[in-house]
Design a protein around this ligand. Structure first.
Ligand SMILES: Nc1nc2c(ncn2[C@@H]2O[C@H](COP(=O)(O)OP(=O)(O)O)[C@@H](O)[C@H]2O)c(=O)[nH]1
Ligand SMILES: [Mg+2]
Ligand SMILES: [Zn+2]
Length: 344
């Protein structure tokens, strides 16, 4: 069965009907509709989270904007995620059914443990790739995220959290903490990626980061424990209770470890995503992987051999670029490492 997309006509109709009809989607009428086994009028909504068979959908109608409804979805629809715009109908005061998915601008997916590609968040403007002084970043994880995001045309922003730990005595005790992170950040900054150093613990760097998120829907990605939920708490001046709950549950991981969730923050929207140890890229072609290393581009077709693997061949432009300091050896190694993990 093909998924239902909204026709232009339908969208127009929905827009026109919003003022006059959406008042009818309020609880009293919805209750009446439910009593008759009928559904309320079609209303636009925003998916906040998806867990199990349940969706949390926020109403976008003028009458009850922001009200959250527990919904299930029609079986012909694809798996819906935080950030999806949908059309839904109330079937009770607090519940409803999602009947259509509005076209997605993009969808950020991750490979599940079962080897399937699972959507995480949709209609994203920006992605914060969060890593921390502790736990130490897994090798190549940042590059994996960058490749995936470049491939989707979503702007990545790098965020190094827990910089407070760089100045503490703990660092003296464990010399492996920290060193290497500053050069790493410089490396990415030199490639043109925006980078932030923050500490959720002290609030350092938070307001500068917050300002750069204005009017955007941002997804927060990164391995577990780096402080994604803490960051959202820091940013969530207006919705502390809700985020506080999330925070309290985060270690046991009710929401956060299983599903992404959208939060309205001051002037922006942020989607918290579950942490993952590894971030597989098996859905990406070798060409996409190459393109995901944005600084390799100028050297793509400059090697002597058209099918140069950039390993042994003479006159390899990419290896020459490393020699000349135009490409960082660490990034080239990372590229080969990921390539090998994908294609052997
Ligand atoms: N020292 C320090 N600890 C932090 C900072 N930010 C978060 N943490 C701690 O790191 C742990 C993991 O944070 P959490 O937000 O749950 O990470 P998530 O798994 O990425 O959502 C918690 O114990 C936080 O209190 C920070 O800036 N400095
Ligand atoms: Mg979390
Ligand atoms: Zn080459």
């Amino acid at each position: 069965m093909s998924k239902r997309r909204l026709t232009r006509q339908q969208r127009l109709r929905i827009r026109e009907s919003q003022d006059s009809r959406q008042a009818q989607a309020t609880s009293a009428d919805a209750n009446a509709a439910n009593a008759e086994g009928a559904l309320g009028p079609e209303t636009s909504g925003l998916v906040i989270s998806h867990f199990g068979q349940q969706l949390e959908v926020e109403s976008l109608s003028i009458e009850d904007i922001g009200a959250v409804y527990r919904c299930h979805q029609r079986a012909n629809l694809p798996s819906l995620v935080a950030g999806d715009k949908v059309i839904w109908q109330a079937d009770g005061a607090k519940s409803g059914v999602v009947v259509a998915l509005e076209e997605r601008r993009n969808v950020f997916s991750r490979p599940s443990s079962g080897g399937q590609l699972r959507p995480v968040a949709a209609n994203i403007d920006l992605a914060l790739v969060v890593f921390a002084v502790l736990p130490e970043p897994f090798p190549n994880l940042i590059d994996r995220y960058l490749v995936a995001l470049e491939c989707l045309n979503i702007t990545p922003v790098l965020v190094l959290n827990k910089v407070d730990l760089l100045d503490t005595e703990e660092q003296a005790d464990s010399p492996n903490v920290g060193p290497g992170l500053e050069p790493l950040l410089t490396l990415y900054a030199d490639l043109g990626y925006r980078c932030h150093r923050i500490a959720c613990a002290s609030g350092q760097g938070i307001s500068a980061l917050h300002q750069s998120l204005q009017d955007m829907t941002t997804v927060c990605v990164g391995q577990s424990g780096v402080g994604k939920s803490s960051l959202i708490n820091q940013l969530a001046n207006s919705e502390q209770a809700e985020v506080g709950n999330l925070s309290a549950g985060k270690n046991k991981g009710k929401h956060t470890t299983t599903t992404a969730r959208l939060f309205h923050l001051d002037n922006c929207r942020m989607i918290d995503s579950p942490g993952i140890r590894e971030f597989g890229l098996w859905h990406i072609s070798p060409e996409q992987l190459f393109d995901g290393f944005i600084e390799f581009g100028p050297f793509a077709n400059q090697c002597r051999f058209r099918d140069c693997s950039h390993q042994q061949e003479p006159d390899c432009a990419l290896r020459q670029a490393v020699v000349e300091g135009k490409v960082n050896q660490q990034r080239l190694d990372s590229y080969f490492h990921i390539l090998k993990s994908l294609y052997g």
